[in-house]
Design a protein around this ligand. Structure first.
Ligand code: ADP
Length: 311
């Protein structure tokens, strides 16, 4: 185990966590020192809950607004339509949008004797848990420092009663921050399948993916593939396809970095509207161009997960 809280330059030797020279001044130093000294009593429970879930997938993006949460929600729904038992965990603590996307806004999480019961989405067979469902009102702002976020993510993993699942999809905040470091470390013992990286074709978005790849490499988190979002627009009237970034190089980038290119999703007004309404685009607009793309990406992902089972 490396340091618990700081995001850069954690010592690679567990025994040095919180004690190495670079830990000087880190806000998570005390937490690291404690966890190394006494071990983490919650980890066993987390491992137990997470071992009941066959596949754990993190959805990452280098920057906000590229459609990461939209794709996390849509892929969960697509996988559940492929007979996967799916859970969706939202660890975007400061900007949770999963309750809205999955239509569970207004539902309350019940704390039963088995733990927090995830919410049942009315738009697909997916079990959902998010900090957004624990807040008193939609306008409550979360202004937390790292250790408090770490504690909540740990509670999500330790206390949520997902039961046996085929797949847990984890929506994360943009970038590489406390939340990412925490979730990857907490899943370390249970072999997460890896990360799906979502990007748009702009140069700036591609630039930030390099940081995501570096993060995955440093934490030994496999990359399952890249999804290119909002790269083209298919006219709803004449079905003509317009490339918004004709020189997009996401596919080439994936090839150069030996990463699977899982597919591309066009800008789809039906998808955007369904996100606003908290409805399932596949149910309401089954012929919409984004639906086919999402299905193809889910199939591609399923193949990657099956390969992981074999190896
Ligand atoms: P992120 O999680 O990366 O911040 P979101 O998933 O919240 O991004 O998406 C940002 C906005 O873009 C949302 O309003 C969403 O509905 C819209 N959006 C995402 N992907 C598409 C798409 N393929 N077509 C149309 N709108 C999209």
């Amino acid at each position: 185990m490396e340091g618990v809280v700081c995001t850069v330059g954690c010592p690679s030797n567990a025994q040095l966590a919180g004690r190495a020279p670079q830990c000087e001044g880190c806000p998570g130093r005390a937490l690291c020192q404690t966890s190394v000294a006494v071990g983490d009593p919650d980890q066993e429970l987390i491992d137990c809950r997470m071992n009941a879930i066959r596949h754990k997938i993190l959805i990452l993006s280098g920057k906000g607004g590229v459609g990461k949460s939209t794709i996390a929600a849509a892929l969960s729904l697509a996988l559940s339509r492929m007979s996967f038992k799916v859970g969706l965990l939202d660890v975007d603590i400061c900007g949770p949008s999963i309750p809205q996307l999955m239509g569970v806004q207004g539902q309350t999480v019940v704390n039963s004797s088995w733990g927090w019961m995830p919410l049942k989405s009315p738009i697909g067979d997916v079990k959902v848990i998010s900090v957004g469902s624990l807040l008193e009102t939609d306008s409550t702002a979360i202004v937390w420092r790292g250790p408090r976020k770490t504690a909540l993510i740990k509670r999500f993993l330790k206390d949520t009663f997902f039961g046996r699942l085929d797949c847990l999809v984890v929506d994360t905040p943009p970038g590489t921050s406390d939340e990412h470091l925490t979730i990857v470390k907490l899943l370390n013992n249970v072999n997460p399948d890896g990360a799906v990286i979502v990007t748009t074709p702009q140069k700036m978005a591609l630039y930030t993916i390099k940081k995501e790849l570096d993060f995955c490499r440093k934490l030994s988190l496999p990359v399952l593939g890249i999804v290119e979002n909002m790269s083209s627009f298919i006219c709803p009237c004449c079905e003509e396809n317009s490339e918004l970034f004709p020189n997009s190089s996401v596919e080439k980038f994936a090839e150069e970095h030996c990463i699977s290119y899982l597919g591309r999703i066009p800008v789809d007004p039906n998808l955007a509207r369904c996100c606003e309404e908290g409805s399932n685009v596949e149910q309401i607009h089954p012929l919409s161009p984004s639906v086919k793309s999402l299905k193809d990406i889910a199939k591609h992902l399923q193949i990657r997960l099956m390969q992981n089972e074999i190896t």
